[in-house]
Design a binder for this molecule. Structure first.
Ligand code: NBG
Length: 820
């Protein structure tokens, strides 16, 4: 249809909207609910998208460009309606149309569930990357899982986190397209037999397995204003035969039931862990499921145009987003050898030129290892292949470092009864990258040193980035317009243009306008907080924000301990002049992560006490925003004055929230960790508040085991008082023991269960002093505005467009496509 209509044709859109509501709901538009309007308008947007999607497909068929398959267990795409309108450059058009008809676009957008197919930074990065790939005009597929329930919804009940299933598909999701013509069989369990063929080839046969069908749903990934639409293919699982007569005849009732259960459970839920592996059997099944299906589709696509699989590396690259999709290595080997009869050496040559690996963490608890027992039982043929890869890899290590048995044990893919996924990814990948300069250095010098010594040429850095289309253009329209008025719209596709803003940093008028915009965004957030939390916050106070997954290394605990300290100070010194501050938190904790959940409870209890103490006259407010997710994140970044990036140095691989705050003109208080280091390089130290130990210092303490929190506790009366308040019922009068585990976690460095491995107390003083400086700095509005504007002006490097261009140039070697 739409090819003949322009996306600017308001009358046409109005007509379609009325028709859609009639067709789907048998109603006139004025009777339609917001949900119905959302569905109806989404279908119109989707129609426009589909025109470009088909055109892109045609160009890809004609030009046959090399394609990157971004393999990821997580894609935290966030809502698509507004984003697609923005990228079609028609947001204002739709907004006007709806307004003419009596609907508010923001409310319509609010009807969309937030497709939460990811945990945190790793999943959101994958989504930003897809946005940039399309916008830059590169051919790409995101490959993942269509979880029936994504990330849980968080409810706060009596200060505690409760997890509620997120039934995001219940009303149907308008932007997905089911593609049953691309379904594949995925096999689990059973056993493998081998038989030597007369030509010398050994044929492996997988017997007695259970299998399911993988069915893809494609979601469009719309480039900004360039008509390029790539696809995110996410896989659903369905049983092969639902109680078919055939299986009854064979007495295979049991198997049919098993396969039905397998299909249901495979895609049921996203494991809610960030930087932590749960080691569950089902997780390994999920990994194999989406990897196998995606590879089969990719190879079929390749073979439509080519007949020699030796050419695969010229046309296809698989980027493994962390170790979760590392089975890509062995599954590609299996397909090449067992399905297409290639020999080992050829298959290995092809595989090792097609796969690349990104490491996203040095946290030990996040490194995937699978017990051999589970691995070989679930994936017998794949296990065979990994064993052979390991055998050859160990020979290679021996050749390079003769006689170094320790090294071999440390580096082996299979060792101590476990399969180590990172080792497999590095042995096979032609590229291994970290996600910020500091992180990559730590990988090379510490965590992956053995591998770096062996393959220095594989290692490279790709500092993360974020898409300015979602996190400024859509999330903060007031600031986006202001920037465009000053420097033109080029920043939307070239964030380095932001540096032109620097000349306004000291311009009084610009400063005032900037602060006015910030104020309006704070009012917007204050209204949200009032509506969702029932807490009144003052938009003139300093909005000091820490939003991210809850994890001990991110140190939300340090933040709230400091708030407790500040409250004590205020009570002791009512005569002092304190600038009002609102401390805003938002964080989900993994469902089984007790100490993280207890930290949420502490934040809420502290909020309860402080917010209701009239004696401090509202000078401190503490707010925990329920259900932090992509959609409310956009508003939170826009409203923040201060961005908390306070991880224990060396632990945060990059961080990307830090960049989103910077883009929105919030000033960072942070440690020299992850990408903070590069942010400070770009903006200059005078425009950030840096505190605490460096990564080297942290690592030295870890190695020397000389950290003594008890000494600090005994010598620093303020810290001691705050810690005592954790166990004397000050914040939990009905259950004084409630926060004992947090207290223990801070003081007991011996026990492995509760040990302050994150050096909270050691960094406390430096944090407190730096927070004091922030208060002082904020009182000088012109100076503050200058710092904030300099943040925006220096953010250019942190666009995911830049990151993707580096992946393309150094790793993927893709050609641009042009769609008209
Ligand atoms: C996370 C890191 C972040 C980083 C994102 C994206 C994992 C395993 N890692 O620091 O903790 O920004 O990945 O690279 O989730």
């Amino acid at each position: 249809m739409k090819a003949s209509h322009e996306v600017t044709d308001k009358d046409y859109i109005k007509g379609e909207l009325r028709d859609n509501v009639r067709r789907h709901y048998r109603k006139d538009l004025d009777e339609a609910s917001y949900q119905e309007v959302y569905q109806a308008i989404s279908l119109i947007v989707k129609d426009f998208v589909i025109d470009d999607w088909l055109k892109t497909q045609k160009v890809m068929d004609e030009k046959d460009p090399k394609i990157v398959y971004y393999m990821s267990m997580e894609f935290l795409i966030g809502r698509l309606l507004g984003n697609n309108m923005i990228n079609l450059k028609s947001y204002e058009v739709f907004k006007d149309v709806l307004e003419d008809l009596g609907f508010d676009l923001a409310n319509v957008e609010d009807e969309e569930p937030d497709p939460a197919l990811g945990n945190g930074g790793l999943g959101r990065l994958a989504a930003c990357f897809l946005d940039s790939l399309s916008t830059l005009g590169y051919a790409a597929y995101g490959c993942g899982i269509r979880y029936r329930y994504g990330m849980f919804k968080q409810r706060i009940v009596d200060g505690c986190q409760k997890e509620v299933p997120d039934d995001w598909l219940k009303d149907g999701y308008p932007f997905e397209v089911k593609r049953p013509e691309y379904q594949y069989e995925i096999k689990f369990g059973g056993y493998v037999t081998s038989e030597a063929k007369p030509d010398g080839h050994i044929e492996f046969t997988h017997r007695d397995y259970n299998s399911v069908l993988a069915v893809p749903y494609d979601m469009p990934v719309v480039g900004y204003g360039n008509h390029v639409v790539n696809s995110l293919m996410i896989w659903d699982a369905v049983p092969k035969q639902v109680f078919s007569l055939e299986s009854f005849d064979k007495g295979d009732y049991q198997k049919a039931v098993e396969e039905e259960n397998l299909a249901r459970s495979l895609v049921e839920v996203l494991y809610p862990n960030d930087n932590h592996v749960s080691g569950k059997e089902l997780r390994l099944k999920q990994q194999y499921f989406f990897v196998s299906a995606s590879l089969q589709r990719a190879i079929d696509k390749f073979l439509k145009k080519h007949d020699d699989l030796h050419d695969l590396p010229k046309k296809v690259v698989f980027q493994m987003n962390d170790t979760h999709p590392t089975l890509t290595v062995a599954e590609l080997m299996r397909i090449l050898m067992d399905e297409y009869k290639l020999g080992w050496d050829d298959a290995w040559e092809i595989t090792t030129h097609c796969v690349a690996y990104t490491n996203h963490t040095i946290m030990a608890e996040a490194l995937e290892k699978w017990p051999i027992e589970i691995f070989s039982r679930l994936l017998p043929r794949i296990y065979n292949i990994v064993e052979e890869i390991n055998r050859r890899f160990c020979l290679e290590i021996e050749k390079k470092f003769p006689g170094d048995q320790d090294k071999k044990n440390r580096m082996a893919i299979i060792c101590d009864g476990q399969v180590k996924m990172a080792h497999l990814a590095i042995a096979a990948g032609f590229s291994v990258n970290g996600v910020a300069a500091l992180h990559t250095e730590i990988l090379k010098k510490q965590s992956l040193k053995d591998f770096y010594d062996m393959y220095p040429e594989k290692f490279n850095n790709k500092t993360n980035g974020i898409t300015q289309r979602r996190f400024l253009l859509h999330g903060n329209p007031l600031l986006a317009d202001w920037v465009t008025d000053r420097i033109g719209p080029e920043w939307i596709t070239d964030l380095s243009k932001m540096k032109k803003l620097a000349v306004y940093a000291e311009d009084k008028k610009a400063q005032q306008e900037f602060m006015n915009i910030k104020y309006k965004n704070k009012v917007r957030l204050a209204e949200y907080i009032k509506k969702h939390n029932g807490i009144e916050v003052d938009p003139r106070s300093i909005f000091d924000v820490q939003v991210k997954r809850l994890h001990e290394y991110k140190r939300q605990l340090l933040n709230i301990l400091h708030v407790m300290y500040l409250y004590n100070e205020m009570k002791d010194h009512p005569e002092r002049d304190y600038y009002p501050r609102t401390f805003i938190f938002g964080a989900k904790a993994a469902a089984g992560y007790e100490i993280a959940k207890l930290t949420i409870k502490l934040i809420n209890n502290v909020a309860e006490v402080i917010n209701n103490d009239p004696s401090i006259k509202g000078k401190i407010k503490v707010v925990f925003i329920e259900d932090y997710r992509v959609s409310n994140a956009e508003w939170i970044f826009a409203a923040a004055d201060v961005s908390e990036q306070i991880s224990t140095a060396s632990k945060e691989a990059s961080g990307t929230g830090n960049m989103k705050f910077m883009l929105n003109g919030a000033v960072t208080i942070g440690t020299m960790d992850g990408a903070n280091v590069e942010m400070v390089q770009e903006m200059g130290e005078e425009n950030a508040f840096i505190f605490g130990m460096s990564a080297d210092e942290v690592i030295a303490h870890e190695q020397n085991r000389d950290y003594d929190p008890m000494g600090i506790f005994n010598n620093d009366q303020d810290i001691r008082r705050v810690l005592m308040q954790l166990i004397n019922g000050f914040y939990s009068p009905n259950d004084p023991e409630l926060f004992r585990p947090l207290y223990n976690s801070l003081l007991n460095t011996q026990s492995t269960q509760y040990a302050d491995t994150y050096f909270n107390l050691l960094d406390f003083r430096s944090y407190a002093q730096t927070r004091e400086k922030i208060e002082e700095a904020y009182k000088d509005e012109a100076h503050w505005a200058k710092m904030a504007i300099m943040n925006v002006a220096s953010v250019g490097k942190f666009s995911s467009d830049r990151t993707i261009q580096e992946y393309v140039d150094d790793i993927w070697k893709l050609d641009k496509i042009v769609v008209k």
